[in-house]
Design a protein around this ligand. Structure first.
Ligand SMILES: [Zn+2]
Length: 107
């Protein structure tokens, strides 16, 4: 497996997530009880907020995992299935870099 290429890909994903997280955070600023927006649009704003909050939490979790992957990428056991000790395909690590099991053992 080409670790250098993998690291570049993970770093690019982390950078993308940083932007996403900042964007979500800006969108979830507290909703001011502004009389200028009607009751209905305020309800909409609250509904949107919970959707964005969920997306933000997901992005933050993925971000933490990817940072962890970057820390572990040079460990001897990285990319090796914890269960069967076979190498985890690079494609799987690219899509889910936090994978510690190969596809066969994960299911
Ligand atoms: Zn396995």
């Amino acid at each position: 497996m080409d670790k250098a290429k993998f690291i570049v890909a993970v770093k690019a994903e982390i950078e993308k997530l940083e932007h996403t997280i900042i964007m979500y955070k800006n969108m979830t600023n507290p909703i001011a009880p502004d009389n200028a927006i009607g009751r209905v649009s305020r309800m909409d704003a609250i509904n949107n907020k919970s959707v964005i909050d969920a997306a933000l939490r997901e992005a933050e979790q993925r971000y933490k995992k990817l940072v962890l992957v970057l820390e572990k990428v040079n460990d001897a056991g990285f990319g090796i299935c914890r269960n069967c000790k076979q190498p985890i395909p690079e494609g799987r690590l690219m899509i889910r870099p936090e994978s510690v099991l190969c596809v066969r053992c994960a299911f």
